[in-house]
Design a binder for this molecule. Structure first.
Ligand code: ADP
Ligand code: ADP
Length: 227
């Protein structure tokens, strides 16, 4: 059964010089447990598709069905609940808060839940240990390496135990050793049952994924293209 169904999704943005059609008639099914790479040249619509899949950006037409829920038919309050329950984001523009420790950063998504402070700290400490930062949880982001900061961002994305992780160019700014560690972590999480959807430019990352899809000029294809 498909976890995610994208049905005839199109998206246009209004600009000063007229509308830009970022996505055209996208149809896509993603099964639970896939580790999917979303590839394509700059400006092809990858970030737009990722934000639509994550419940952050309503399409102009078409539907997104996740776990039988018609996501954009939800009102804004239920849509926010849906995001909290189902999705975690590892986005470059959604970085760590510099004056909070790694532990406090990871606790943030739990702060709106009814869990006690101790329970929140325990859950955050457990996921930090899982990403290999159990002994560094009281450090501030600037006391961690870039790769470690990335792992804190991943811990924050998974602490709520979402079904799906969305990652936008997660290896983009990493050296090859750190990138490999991040992909190994994603692979381990994927083998634990998490569905992962990752935007990437890097052909080498394809060795890690279970499937790749390609976008060009807002159109989807399953077949590799030359970039
Ligand atoms: P990619 O992630 O592949 O680089 P994007 O999804 O960011 O592509 O962009 C696809 C197209 O939509 C581009 O032409 C881009 O300029 C346009 N676009 C993206 N976001 C917006 C926005 N918020 N307003 C207007 N145009 C946008
Ligand atoms: P809140 O209820 O705290 O306002 P939202 O409903 O806006 O949170 O978002 C739910 C989750 O979606 C957040 O925990 C965050 O991880 C993610 N999120 C929201 N907006 C963005 C964004 N623009 N980029 C990346 N992730 C986002």
């Amino acid at each position: 059964m498909s976890l995610i169904k994208v049905c005839a999704v199109s998206k246009s943005y209004e600009g000063g010089d007229g509308a830009v059609e970022a996505l055209t008639n996208i149809n896509l099914e993603i099964r639970e447990g896939e580790f999917l790479a979303l590839m394509g040249p700059s400006g092809s619509g990858k970030s737009t598709l990722l934000s639509i899949l994550g419940g952050l950006n309503p399409p102009t037409s078409g539907k997104l069905i996740i776990d039988d829920i018609d996501v954009y038919a939800l009102n804004s309050e239920r849509l926010a609940d849906f995001r909290h329950e189902y999705v975690g984001f590892v986005f470059q523009q959604y970085q760590l808060i510099p004056y909070l420790t790694a532990l406090e950063n990871v606790m943030l998504p739990l702060s709106i839940t009814s869990r006690s402070g101790k329970e929140q700290r325990d859950m955050a400490q457990t996921v930090l240990a899982k990403v290999g930062l159990g002994t560094k949880s009281l450090r501030l982001p600037n006391q961690l390496s870039g790769g470690e900061q990335n792992r804190v961002a991943i811990a924050r994305a998974i602490v709520n135990r979402p079904a799906i992780i969305f990652a936008d160019e997660p290896t983009g700014s990493l050296d090859s050793k750190t990138a490999k560690e991040l992909l190994e972590l994603f692979q381990a999480l994927n083998q634990d049952g998490l569905t992962i959807i990752m935007v990437t430019h890097n052909q080498e990352n394809l060795a890690w994924v279970t499937r790749a899809i390609y976008i060009r000029d807002g159109f989807l294809s399953q077949i590799p293209q030359e970039f």
